[in-house]
Ligand binder design. Structure first.
Ligand code: FAD
Length: 390
């Protein structure tokens, strides 16, 4: 009987084992897990609710959700898409719900339901930190060790590594007064890094020491490597009016001035912004609390339009994110067969999941990547050993 070793009982490792059981039941599959129980990370995903995939209905280009590995994901998702993920879990008895933002969760809102489904019937040896040494008797090895800092144990076997850096984190900002708005959400914002093309849209959450929320987490993902290179010191430019240009903002302000000539500027806010946020931006533009719209000069109008669309802050650091945090980098895709995820210079050695240089933004895309890659490896191994059986 052919023996398969899987190193790491996380999302990718357990799913690869489940798919192998379905595709090739006569294989003997053993999973080695360093921790005292499998799937510890999956248990805390999505704040304990597990956002296991996404409908992808709002995704026009995979580049936007997989800053690293979008081409590989495009290829592999022909074989295992988000719909396959949903069908698979539903066939296992897990009822799913798709939220308005297209994120998919178990209807029970319990990540533990996903954990118990994934580990059902598997042979997992916990408390066993495995390397490639000692697995010589196995016919194939699948490495699914997730995001890590230490890849020396793979490098010494000739596996090429792209230096790992964190992705998906909030920004710490130099004090500017913005922090006084802690807890405020700006639903239609655009954040960019000054002097670069990195840019993301969506909701921004103002925190006690900086900014977070889907827009900022996306930007941190797009610019993960750049931000690591500049030691998390960079100018952050906020457009608080979504994609509005300076001219559009000016037009909006002129209309507001006309309609509200005798009112105080700080009391008449555009519907996109809360009154507190507006008051802060007005004072940031140098317009006093007592100023009426009729008294706002051309220069002040320009300054306010600039603050609304091109408001600059200084990033001074990275806040480790409790909710979702992934590693960019890992095993380089250069030496990996893009159909089978087998190492080109070490036949029989396969990789799947976050250990590879593939990562996504928040919204269920990282787990979808784990399921898709695990399926690709399982299919490749099943095909290889079923050919041998014939
Ligand atoms: C708090 C948090 C919340 C998240 N929420 C979501 C979410 O809602 N949706 C989403 O899509 N993504 C989410 N993610 C990201 C997602 O969890 C990961 O991308 C995904 O778990 C990666 O799967 P994996 O199997 O590659 O790695 P993991 O799930 O991390 O599994 C790797 C396993 O390998 C084991 N291991 C490591 N080294 C060894 C070794 N040498 N020997 C044996 N075992 C080893 C580890 O102990 C671990 O169990 C979240 C991440 C975090 C941290």
């Amino acid at each position: 009987m052919n023996r398969i070793a899987i190193i790491g009982a996380g999302a990718a490792g357990c799913f690869a084992a489940q798919r192998l059981r379905e595709l090739c039941p006569y294989l003997h599959v053993e999973i080695f897990e360093a921790q005292d129980r499998p799937l510890k990370k999956v248990a805390v995903t999505g704040g304990g609710r597990c956002n296991l995939t996404n409908s992808f209905q709002l995704v026009s280009d995979l580049r936007h959700v997989y800053p690293r590995g979008h081409q590989l994901m495009k290829r592999l998702m022909y074989s295992w898409s988000q719909w396959d993920t949903m069908s698979w879990f539903e066939e296992q008895g897990v009822r799913l719900v798709t939220q308005d933002d297209e994120c998919v969760f178990p209807q029970s809102q319990r990540a533990m339901e996903i954990v118990s489904t994934l580990k059902r019937g598997l042979d997992i040896r916990c408390g066993c930190r495995q390397t490639l040494e000692g697995l010589e008797g196995y016919d194939a090895i699948i490495v699914t060790t997730g995001g890590a800092r230490n890849f020396e144990w793979l490098e010494r076997h000739g596996v090429e590594i792209v230096a790992p850096v964190p992705s998906l984190f909030p920004f710490k900002l130099a004090p500017s007064g913005l922090e006084q708005l802690s807890g405020a959400l700006v639903t239609d914002s655009v954040a960019s890094l000054g002097g670069t093309n990195f840019r993301a849209e969506g909701t921004t959450l103002i925190t006690h020491n900086g900014v977070s929320g889907p827009c900022i987490l996306r930007l941190s993902s797009y610019a993960a490597r750049h931000l690591a290179e500049v030691a998390y010191q960079a100018p952050l430019v906020m457009n608080w009016l979504g994609g509005a240009t300076m001219d559009e903002a000016l037009q909006m302000l002129q209309d507001m001035a006309q309609e509200n000539a005798q009112k105080l500027v700080c009391n008449t806010h555009p519907q996109e912004l809360t009154s507190r946020h507006w008051e802060f931006l007005v004072s940031r533009a140098g317009i006093g609390r007592e100023m009426r719209w009729s008294g706002v000069g051309r220069k002040q109008m320009n300054r306010l339009a600039n603050v609304l669309t091109c408001d600059e802050y200084q990033i001074t650091g990275r806040v480790p994110h409790k909710e979702e945090f992934v590693t960019a980098g890992g095993v380089s895709l250069k030496n990996i067969d893009s159909n089978t995820l087998e190492c080109k210079n070490r036949p029989g050695l396969y990789f799947a999941g976050e250990v590879l240089d593939v990562d996504g933004v928040t919204g269920g895309f990282n787990l979808q990547a784990a399921w898709t890659m695990a399926d690709a490896v399982a299919r490749a191994i099943a095909e290889r050993f079923s050919n041998q059986q014939r």
